[in-house]
Ligand binder design. Structure first.
Ligand code: F3S
Length: 390
């Protein structure tokens, strides 16, 4: 891989050990993927934030690197293992909270914005069409590629952090036009309901793996697109998809000769049946990916004027701190039925210490709840799940 004189110096440690370690990682990645050179990035988004997922090893690494490394582009963080203010109400213990706080402080020392959310594109970190970025978090990076038309590979936490420090990323994979073209046409029935779109994403991801699907027949809004992106990335490893009339620049795509695969309501029902493994939830968790302002309004309007059921399950509405601040009236309505939790989600919080069966409308959450949180799962729509609490 070709390196400029400045990059060579950084690699040799002339600009300190933090930058040197980051360069070493990017050069190693670039060599593995045969990248021609590094390209500047406009922003980064980092995963590897919850103490539950990165543990003491991750914390030690961040403590070690943070005094000598600084990010050089706007950089945001994925959800942590707890609401940074209301962790006691979530049943998080003191030791977990202390370590989670230390992780956030280490990222803060490096100049990372510590507003922990998997939907940073809704609250300020929104890459422009054609920009190169380095994003981790499979749902967010797929949204960036497919809806915003910016370019990122499916970064892991360390690769995204290294890119944030250097301000560059190796030029390979989805940064190259030829790897962004559709590889299969998906002809889907018209689905509008958000849970149906999530389940469609699950069915497509399961069947097509790491393809670049081109969807015909659906016109999801922003909320539908974010849940589809999340589900496809979790069930398969889809990091880029096209939706006809939605994905920037896809009018020119040549679909001649591509395989065509149909998805119908039966596929959605099958996905839902496969994901449902429990019957009586003791937690209902909504907001995977984090609830948008529009979803907060919709949920509040569905619950406004109703009375909370006695002895209903605990409820979490997971969103970003910014969206919660934008929605004071909606938050007040939702808080009568459960907790509007920020900075975290049902997957990266240690819910297994409190709960056995979780209900959600997100196929991504349904995919990970059994393996990462030891949960039985109930998959249902917003309307079905709200009927359990109001
Ligand atoms: Fe976000 Fe957690 Fe889902 S990080 S996409 S809410 S698993």
């Amino acid at each position: 891989m070709h390196l400029t004189r400045d990059e060579e110096l950084a690699l040799a440690g002339e600009n300190g050990p933090g930058l040197q370690r980051a360069m070493e990682l990017l050069v190693a990645l670039g060599r593995i993927y045969d990248a021609e050179r590094l390209v500047p990035i406009a922003s980064a988004h980092l995963s590897g934030v919850s103490y539950k997922t990165i543990g003491d090893g991750g914390l030690d690494f961040l403590e070690e690197i943070s005094p000598t490394a600084k990010v050089t582009v706007p950089t945001t963080l994925n959800p942590a293992g707890m609401d940074l203010d209301r962790w006691r109400e979530m049943g998080v213990d003191e030791e977990f909270a202390a370590k989670q706080t230390a992780i956030i402080r280490a990222y803060g020392r490096m100049g990372v914005q510590t507003n922990c959310t998997c939907t940073p594109y809704l609250t300020g970190n929104s890459p422009k069409q054609g920009e190169a970025v380095a994003w981790a978090e499979s749902s967010a990076l797929s949204f960036v590629n497919s809806v915003l038309g910016a370019r990122t590979n499916r970064e892991g936490g360390p690769g995204a952090l290294a890119a944030a420090i250097v301000g560059k990323t190796p030029l390979y994979g989805l940064h190259l036009e030829e790897n962004r073209r559709p590889t299969v046409v998906v002809e889907a029935e018209t689905f509008d309901e958000i849970t149906d779109l999530s389940l469609l994403g699950h069915a497509v991801g399961t069947k097509l793996g790491s393809a670049v699907p081109y969807f015909k027949g659906i016109r999801p809004d922003c909320n539908g697109l974010k849940t589809m992106a999340a589900a496809m990335a979790a069930a398969g490893s889809v990091a880029m998809f096209h939706v006809e009339g939605v994905t920037p620049g896809n009018k020119e795509q040549d679909l001649k000769g591509l395989e065509r695969v149909g998805f119908e309501r039966e596929d959605i029902s099958r996905a839902r049946d496969t994901l449902t493994t429990g019957r009586e939830p003791d937690l209902i968790a909504l907001g995977c990916p984090h609830l948008s302002q529009m979803e907060m309004k919709m949920l509040a309007s569905m619950l406004d004027g109703k009375r909370p059921r006695k002895d209903g399950p605990e409820v979490w509405f997971c969103t970003s701190r910014t969206v919660r601040t934008w929605c004071p009236k909606e938050t007040a309505v939702l808080e009568r039925f459960g907790k509007v939790v920020c900075d975290t989600c049902m997957i990266v919080a240690p819910i297994e210490n409190q709960h056995r069966c979780t209900a959600t409308n997100s196929a991504k959450a349904c995919t990970y709840l059994p393996s990462l949180c030891s949960q039985k799962v109930v998959c249902g729509s917003y309307a079905e799940l709200l009927r359990l609490i109001a």
